[in-house]
Design a protein around this ligand. Structure first.
Ligand SMILES: Cc1ncc(COP(=O)(O)O)c(C=O)c1O
Length: 388
């Protein structure tokens, strides 16, 4: 069943709608916008029963994913993460139905496996052999793992503040690693300066396919909820690929007739030491200014400039959602509470979403009887040196 053909049609710019050939190598649009893969959706005939017979994991949705050749679909067991009911945590936050998608169970311990599984698989299919990435931590792990799996070379640029567990993992996975003073933006700038001709950069939304891997969080969530989306989704937002990917998944699911037009309110959660999207959202702006002196224990949220800031802000507004920032102390306290009351040892980024949920319930922006889903995007194990 994993050999169902991809229905990939072409790439289109999310800003100016210019079309690109999907079977050529492209990064982003000449206007600077992210390129979104588009599919022949009229060829996709899913029914709940038919999908139920497919194997588990991310590749069960192969017809709505961009990799054409089954032999290029790299697999380390990604996707198919559980949607867990958090009864005690829900009661603590004042919610009757709090559900958590535990993405820390993915290969290399985070949801980054989904995006990088897709980007690496598709790059390999298009004949690329060396991938480069600036990373806040988890994306580097995932890229290194999938490159190793695909027999490809991984080149990683990482901020010096990243916990050392990540660096050990990158090296053991065979990647070349450069440690950079500053944030992920500085790492990206240095990578650009030092880039060699055969490196293909897979920076967030600067290539079309990581988005498609992240999209599978939205597909899985819809399927796990019986094709009825929740009222609210909380998502820890750095570059925002997950948020945009899920939104795209919902649009595609509506087009192929699997869901109706109702959408969850999408809530972007950031750290108060780096909250460019929250600031722009609150100010009613269409794009976000870079955040100066970004600092937070949640590495994944230490993203001063999101390449797709416009698209993220559009989704928050279109969904009637919002953006919330959370202090590091509150995140860490919540991380420990979640571990102690539910047995889930999640990354600080993930814990931040629960602090945000608590505040939105207190403010009346989320009602007790709404169905709320939070994305626990990674596990805490590689952050231990920053937690002790
Ligand atoms: C655990 C975790 N959560 C959330 C994020 C933010 O993800 P995105 O860049 O897709 O917004 C990251 C990014 O590194 C992360 O590692």
């Amino acid at each position: 069943m994993q050999s169902v053909p991809s229905s990939l049609a072409h790439l289109s710019c999310s800003r100016c709608e210019q079309l690109y050939d999907a079977d050529e190598v492209h990064r982003f649009c000449s206007c600077g916008g992210p390129l979104y893969p588009r599919y022949q959706l009229d060829q996709i005939k899913w029914t709940p029963d038919q999908l139920a017979n497919r194997p588990g994991g991310l590749w069960r949705y192969a017809d709505l994913l961009p990799v054409r050749g089954p032999e290029h679909r790299l697999c380390l067991g990604e996707g198919g993460t559980p949607l867990l009911r958090l009864g005690r945590m829900g009661a603590h936050l004042g919610l009757d139905e709090l559900l958590a998608k535990d993405e820390g169970l993915n290969p290399t311990g985070s949801f980054k496996a989904r995006g990088l599984c897709m980007a690496v698989s598709r790059a390999r299919e298009l004949g690329i052999s060396t991938l480069s990435i600036p990373t806040a931590g988890n994306a580097g792990s995932a890229m290194a793992a999938y490159c190793a799996r695909g027999g490809m070379r991984a080149v990683i640029y990482v901020p010096a503040e990243t916990p050392p567990e990540f660096l050990t993992e990158y090296r053991d996975l065979g990647a070349s690693v450069t440690v950079v003073d500053g944030t992920i933006s500085d790492a990206g700038a240095q990578m650009k300066r030092e880039s060699e001709d055969d490196w293909f950069p897979v920076s967030t939304l600067q290539e079309p396919y990581r988005l498609e891997g992240k999209k599978t969080m939205g597909l899985e969530l819809a399927e796990q909820l019986g094709w009825e989306l929740p009222d609210v989704i909380l998502y820890p937002t750095g570059g925002g690929t997950g948020l945009l990917g899920m939104w795209k998944a919902f649009d595609e699911l509506e087009t192929i007739g699997m869901i109706d037009s109702r959408r969850p309110r999408m809530i972007a959660v950031q750290a108060d030491g780096c909250a460019p999207i929250v600031r722009a959202f609150d100010a009613g702006l269409e794009s976000a200014e870079p955040w100066q002196n970004a600092t937070t224990v949640a590495n994944g949220l230490r993203v001063p400039t999101a390449f797709a800031d416009r698209e993220i802000l559009q989704v928050l507004r279109a969904s009637k959602g919002t953006a919330v920032m959370v202090e590091d102390d509150a995140m860490l306290e919540m991380l420990r509470r979640l571990a102690a009351v539910e047995g889930i040892y999640a990354a600080p980024e993930a814990a931040a979403t629960l602090v945000a949920a608590q505040r939105l319930v207190e403010d009346g922006a989320i009602c007790r009887d709404e169905r709320v889903v939070t994305f626990l995007t990674g596990n805490a194990y590689k952050y231990l040196s920053s937690l002790a």
